[in-house]
Ligand binder design. Structure first.
Ligand SMILES: Nc1ncnc2c1ncn2[C@@H]1O[C@H](COP(=O)(O)OP(=O)(O)O)[C@@H](O)[C@H]1O
Ligand SMILES: N[C@@H](CC(=O)OP(=O)(O)O)C(=O)O
Length: 363
C-alpha cells in the first residue's frame, strides 16, 4: 500500500490551534490525490522538558523506565490531539502509540535502539483510515514495556515507519525551511543547503544541528530512505533540503551546554571514549587548561547515566559550548565557556566560509 510519511516536530505545535493547521494541510494533500498518510508527531514544544522536570520533582531517583513512561505521554497526547483535529474535518483518522506501532527496541531506557519492526499494525490501521497518526520517539521492548528513543528522536520514528512500509521518502517538517549552513536563527547569513549526503548530515547532526536527529539520518542511510527536510510555509516555494547519497556543504554547528569531564589518566580517557563510542554517543576529546577533557555532544542524559555507572569516575568540570567547523575533509572543534562568545565565534567562522552571504529567516 502506498503511503506518504510526514513528521511534525514540537516546533510545529506551539499552540493547540496548530493541530487544526496541520490537519488542514493533511486534508489538502488528500484532496490533491494522496491516498494514505502516516503523520508522525512529537510532543508540543516544551512538553518533554516539563514532563521530565515534574517526574524528577516527584522522585529525583525515578528509574529510567519510569521516566520513559512519563516522557512518552507528551507524544501520546500530541497524537491524540492531531487525530481529534483531523476527525473534526470528517477524515477517518486513528492514532497509535508506542504500544501499537510495531516497533521493538532493546531495554536501554532513555535512548532505546530499534531491534525489529513489524508493519502489520500500521498497515491494518491504514486499511480503515485515511490518516494514521503515530506518536514519535517511543516503542516497546521485548517484554512489552514502553521505551523512549531519546530526545528529539521522533525523526527516527518517522524514518523507521517509512522504511517498514517500504517507502523511500520521508518528509520532516519543522520551523525552518530546511538544513542550513548554520542554525539560521543564530547566524544571519546561513544558506539553505538544497542537497546533502547522509554522511555530511550525520556529522552536522552529531555536532548540534538538531533540525535532524543523528540516529534518524543513520537509519535513513542504512535503510535507503531519502529525507526531505522542510517547513509547512515553504511548501511550493522552497523545496527544502534533500538528504540522500550526494551533496556537501561547509557548515558551522553550535552545541549548547555540553557536559565536560576530565579523567585522571589518559587510559581512563580512552576507556570512557570507547564506552561512549560503543553506545554511538558523540564524545569529543580536546586539550584545554585541564589537560585532555571529554565533551559529550549527543544523547546527553543517556550518556551521563553511562558515565555514572562506568568503572572510571571522570570529574565533571562544567558545561560548555562546542562550536564545530565542518568541511568535507576537516572537522575543527572549539570549546567555549560563554554561550554568547560561542555564537560570535560561529558567526565569524561562517562569515569566513561564506563572505558574501545574505540574511536567512529570523524567528
Ligand atoms: N544547520 C541547521 N539548519 C537548520 N536548522 C538548524 C540548524 N542547526 C540547528 N537548527 C535548529 O533546528 C531547529 C529545528 O529543529 P527542532 O527544534 O528539533 O524542530 P522540531 O521540534 O520540529 O523537531 C531550528 O529551529 C533551528 O534553530
Ligand atoms: N518531544 C521529544 C521528542 C522529539 O522528537 O522532539 P522534536 O521532534 O520536537 O525534536 C523531545 O523533546 O525530545
Amino acid at each position: 500500500m502506498n503511503a506518504t510519511i510526514l513528521k511534525f516536530g514540537g516546533s510545529s505545535f506551539l499552540h493547540p490551534k496548530d493541530y487544526g493547521r496541520i490537519a488542514g494541510h493533511l486534508a489538502d494533500r488528500l484532496a490533491a490525490g494522496e491516498h494514505k498518510i502516516v503523520a508522525v508527531v512529537s510532543a508540543m514544544s516544551g512538553t518533554t522538558c516539563n514532563l521530565k522536570a515534574v517526574m524528577l520533582d516527584v522522585n529525583k531517583q525515578a528509574s529510567p523506565s519510569n521516566l520513559d513512561g512519563a516522557l512518552a505521554t507528551g507524544e501520546m497526547l500530541s497524537a491524540s490531539l492531531l487525530e481529534a483535529a483531523i476527525s473534526r474535518l470528517g477524515i477517518p483518522a486513528i492514532s497509535l502509540n508506542g504500544y501499537s506501532l510495531g516497533i521493538r527496541t532493546n531495554s536501554d531506557f532513555g535512548r532505546a535502539s530499534i531491534k525489529s519492526v513489524d508493519p502489520t499494525p500500521i498497515l491494518a490501521a491504514l486499511q480503515e483510515h485515511h490518516v494514521v497518526v503515530a506518536a514519535g520517539a517511543q516503542a516497546i521492548d521485548q517484554s512489552g514495556r514502553l521505551t523512549f528513543l531519546g530526545r528529539n528522536s521522533s525523526d527516527l520514528s518517522a524514518i523507521a515507519i517509512a522504511s517498514m512500509l517500504g517507502e523511500h521518502t520521508c518528509e520532516i517538517y519543522s520551523d525552518v525551511p530546511g538544513v542550513y549552513t548554520a542554525d539560521p536563527y543564530l547566524v544571519a547569513g546561513a544558506q539553505l543547503i538544497p542537497e546533502i549526503s547522509y554522511r555530511a548530515m550525520l556529522q552536522m547532526s552529531r555536532h548540534g544541528a538538531k533540525v535532524l536527529h543523528h540516529r534518524a539520518v543513520h537509519y535513513a542511510e542504512t535503510h535507503n530512505v531519502t529525507i526531505v527536510c522542510k517547513s509547512l510555509t515553504s511548501d511550493g516555494v522552497i523545496t527544502g533540503t534533500i538528504v540522500t547519497g550526494h551533496g556537501n556543504a561547509r557548515s558551522v554547528t553550535v552545541a549548547r551546554e555540553i557536559p565536560v569531564f576530565s579523567c585522571a589518566t589518559l587510559e581512563e580517557c580512552d576507556n570512557l571514549c570507547a564506552l561512549l563510542a560503543r553506545h554511538d554517543i558523540n564524545a569529543i576529546r580536546v586539550e584545554d587548561g585541564h589537560g585532555v577533557v571529554i565533551c559529550i555532544v549527543s544523547d546527553i542524559d543517556f550518556a551521563l547515566r553511562l558515565v555514572a555507572l562506568s568503572d572510571t569516575v571522570p570529574v565533571f568540570i562544567g558545561s560548555k559550548n562546542v562550536v564545530t567547523e565542518l568541511d568535507s575533509s576537516v572537522l575543527r572543534v572549539h570549546v567555549v565557556g560563554d554561550y554568547d562568545r560561542a555564537i560570535a565565534l560561529a558567526r565569524q567562522i561562517h562569515e569566513r566560509m561564506y563572505p558574501a552571504a545574505v540574511g536567512a529567516p529570523s524567528r
